[in-house]
Structures are given as structure tokens and as C-alpha cells.
Design a protein around this ligand. Structure first.
Ligand SMILES: Cc1ncc(COP(=O)(O)O)c(C=O)c1O
Length: 430
């Protein structure tokens, strides 16, 4: 089955080799070394356009898209998000610092976090336009900070725990189920709203997020109903905000193709909000969607070099120069990937290959038993759908240095993050 639709939209096979944005991957690997991460600007832009177009088509009220920075955050992607008029969702003070360094103005920064520290909240007061409140204890800290604050207080949204799970590929990527650590129950949200009223805190929105990497918007509908019930009960005023989170999925493997479009998701949400507002005689909220993966995942490709091949029983291992330190998703929750060789990607897939990294963990695997053309030591492979939750969850395990990241657009390649060095590994030691 054709694997190219997993890759960025500008990917081609030219002279029997993979190119993205017209640039030969072999040449990029030569220039920047491997492992190497590539982001394709055209693919990022096409995903944003799809969100904006679908919102304009299906939602009659005001709407906005927030980039979930947890998917991948760097100054370059923040600059891109700001240029595309996206808000940036930051979890905690560290991500806020990156967003500010990348030029996001406070009005475009929204702060999440399930147990925000005082430092996180202080940073949010200084640098953000919105705080999504996770729990009542956090709200008490916000009240104390508000009393001391010389700045204006960020607007507050309540994070509702809808108690409805979406179907994701693993329990660890679900967040909306009734026993989740995230957000407030309906009753807690009522108490939180009362607290805001009593202490004159600027509450004007409701948020929930049910999970990440789902492909059917149906389970969002009861959660949207619950959120709108809460909004009606709270009477948030004429200009209020409603955010049913992010989480729309991406196809990682050819078996998951075709993935339903961004429009299917947006239409499902927009119609539910529209109809729910009409039946409750609620004014249309500013509808926020908060995608990370469906904006960034397909735009990213990870390039690795094969160092050795081993045959072990029925298994053929291709050992590469990256792995769980730049992409822990297989180790964390058995994520399934596909792959192509950079040279001869159309070759006959005559072997079942498992792809593993150089680190001292048997779980340092990226792919198991994938039909591939015969691989040999020294050649390059490209793993698609590498743009979300790889580098943002990366580590220095075994002294690994995080790879360089290059942005491809309009035929030019720009280094946006250099590879880490040995000096970087020692920077914190005293
Ligand atoms: C609150 C919140 N918003 C948005 C997202 C983005 O999810 P995704 O990258 O799947 O769109 C997440 C991810 O877990 C999240 O927790």
C-alpha cells in the first residue's frame, strides 16, 4: 500500500529517492547529520487552512484555533503560529517562556496544566491572556495572586471533566473519562464558578479535552451537551468562550489510511455547538479548537541512518542512530509507525523489518515487523508522522543529544534547532 500519503504533502519520489519540498532527503542528511527532524511548512499551513475553512463553513459564530504547544514547541513554530493567527496553548512556565521568546503576545497565550505551580501561575499572570483552571485549589492560588497583581488578571476558563472517553489507541492518551486526573466534575465546576463570582474573578469560558488521536467526533457530542448545560447554568454573558479541546488524530500507518478529514471533525463539533446553543437559546460562544497532532504530526519526518542489520530468529533488526530518546511513543504506548528507505522507496517490500535504536533498553524500538525493501547498513530511512509528541517528549537517556530540526519551505532549508552537543549535556552540572 502507498505510504506516501503519510508523509508531508510536498513529498515526492524523484530519481528513485525521497524529496520533500523539492529537497533531497539524502542531501539534507549529509548536510545536517542524522538523526534529523524535518518540518514541512506547506503541510503545516495546509492543516491550518483546513481548520479555518471548516470553521468558516460550518460555524456561524466567532471561532479561533489554538496550537497545542505540547505537540512540539520551539521558537520557530511559535513564530509560525503567531503569523497564522493561532493562539498558543502552553503547559506551565517553561512552555510560556518558549512562546514569549518566539514572539507570542500575551493575548495569544493560553495556559494549561493539571497541577500548576505558583511559578506557573505567576508566569501566566505576567505573560498570558487566558488560564484554563484545572481545580479548586488552583483557583484559590489564582485569587491570592489576583489580590497582589499589578497586571490585569488573565481571563479564566474552567476545565470540565466530562466523564466521557473518546476512543484513542491507548488508555494513556485518554483524558476525559470519569476517573481521569484532569479537570473538574460538573459539581466542582459549579463551586468554582461561585468562587469566581464571590471574588470577582474574570470567568468567561468553559473547556474540556477528552483525549488525543481519535478519529470519530461522535463521543464529543455528549461532552459538548454537558459543557453547554454548564454554560447555561453559569450565565457567562454575551461574549463567552467554549473550547472542546483538541485531539483529532492522524494516520501513522498505511492501515489507518484514509484518515477522516479535519473537516469531518470540525463539522461534527460546530454543528453540535450550533444546535446545542439554539435549543438552549444561548448566544454562540467564541468557539476554540485546540489541535496539536492534526496540525503538526504529518508535517514532521524523522531521518535516521541504519548502522547494522541483525537476524534473530524470525526477526530482522535494523539498528538505527536514534530511537526512544527522540521518539518515546512506541515505548510509552506501543505507537505504530511506518517507514520508507530514502533511496529506492518504491522497491519490493520483501522483508519484515523491525527498527530499533542504539539505547540500553529492549523497549528502544520504533517499529516492529514492517514489510520493507531489503535494508543494508549505511542507508537512510525516513519515518513519517514525526511532527508531534516526539521531540517534545525527548530525553538525554544514555547521553543522547537531541537532533537538529530543519524547516523546509519554498525550496529552502532552514535550521531551526541545532543538534545538542556534549557541552549541552554538561550545562546543568555544577
Ligand atoms: C488540554 C489539551 N489540549 C490540546 C491537546 C492537543 O491534543 P492533540 O495534539 O491530540 O490535538 C492536548 C493533548 O493532550 C491537551 O491535553
Amino acid at each position: 500500500m502507498n505510504r506516501l500519503p503519510l508523509f508531508p504533502i510536498t513529498t515526492k519520489i524523484e530519481n528513485d529517492c525521497l524529496t520533500i519540498d523539492g529537497q533531497a532527503l539524502a542531501q539534507l542528511a549529509e548536510q545536517y547529520g542524522t538523526p534529523l527532524y524535518l518540518y514541512d511548512g506547506a503541510t503545516l499551513n495546509a492543516a491550518v487552512d483546513a481548520y479555518h475553512h471548516a470553521l468558516a463553513t460550518h460555524y456561524p459564530g466567532p471561532a479561533s484555533v489554538t496550537y497545542a504547544g505540547k505537540a512540539y514547541l520551539s521558537m520557530a513554530i511559535v513564530r509560525w503560529a503567531v503569523a497564522r493567527n493561532l493562539l498558543v496553548d502552553c503547559t506551565g512556565a517553561g512552555e510560556i517562556a518558549i512562546a514569549r521568546a518566539g514572539g507570542a503576545p500575551p493575548a495569544q497565550i493560553l495556559v494549561h496544566g493539571v497541577n500548576k505551580s505558583l511559578a506557573d501561575l505567576r508566569s501566566a499572570f505576567e505573560h498570558a491572556g487566558t488560564i484554563v483552571v484545572d481545580n479548586l485549589d488552583e483557583l484559590k492560588k489564582i485569587k491570592a495572586l489576583a489580590a497582589d497583581s499589578h497586571n490585569s488578571i488573565p481571563q479564566l476558563w474552567l476545565r470540565l471533566l466530562p466523564g466521557v472517553a473518546v476512543s484513542t489507541h491507548h488508555a494513556h492518551t485518554q483524558t476525559g473519562q470519569h476517573d481521569s486526573k484532569f479537570g473538574m466534575t460538573y459539581e466542582e465546576a459549579l463551586t468554582a464558578a461561585e468562587f469566581c463570582k464571590e471574588h470577582h474573578l474574570p470567568l468567561n469560558g468553559i473547556h474540556f479535552h477528552q483525549g488525543s488521536n481519535f478519529r470519530d467526533p461522535e463521543p464529543l457530542l455528549p461532552a459538548i451537551e454537558l459543557g453547554l448545560d454548564l454554560a447555561q447554568r453559569l450565565g457567562l454573558g454575551d461574549e463567552w468562550h467554549f473550547c472542546p479541546g483538541g485531539g483529532w488524530g492522524a494516520a501513522y500507518h498505511e492501515d489507518e489510511l484514509p484518515h477522516p478529514s479535519i473537516e469531518v471533525y470540525v463539522r461534527g463539533v460546530a454543528e453540535a455547538v450550533k444546535e446545542g446553543c439554539a435549543s438552549r437559546k444561548l448566544r454562540h460562544p467564541m468557539l476554540h479548537l485546540e489541535p496539536g497532532r492534526s496540525l503538526a504530526a504529518r508535517a514532521g519526518v524523522a531521518l535516521y541512518r541504519v548502522g547494522a542489520i541483525k537476524k534473530r530468529g524470525a526477526k530482522t533488526w535494523a539498528l538505527i542512530d536514534g530511537g526512544m530518546t527522540d521518539n518515546p511513543r512506541f515505548a510509552l504506548y506501543g505507537a505504530r509507525y511506518s517507514c520508507l528507505p530514502v533511496s529506492g522507496p518504491g522497491g519490493e517490500r520483501s522483508e519484515l523489518v523491525s527498527i530499533a535504536g542504539p539505547y540500553c533498553e529492549s523497549g528502544d524500538v520504533l517499529i516492529e515487523d514492517l514489510p520493507m525493501p531489503k535494508l543494508k547498513a549505511g542507508e537512510l530511512i525516513a519515518i513519517p508522522v514525526a511532527g508531534a509528541y516526539h521531540l517534545s517528549m525527548s530525553s538525554n537517556y544514555n547521553g543522547a543529544r537531541r537532533p537538529a530540526v530543519v524547516w523546509l519551505e519554498h525550496g529552502s532549508a532552514k535550521l531551526i534547532q541545532r543538534a545538542e552537543t556534549f557541552e549541552d549535556l554538561l550545562k546543568r552540572d555544577v
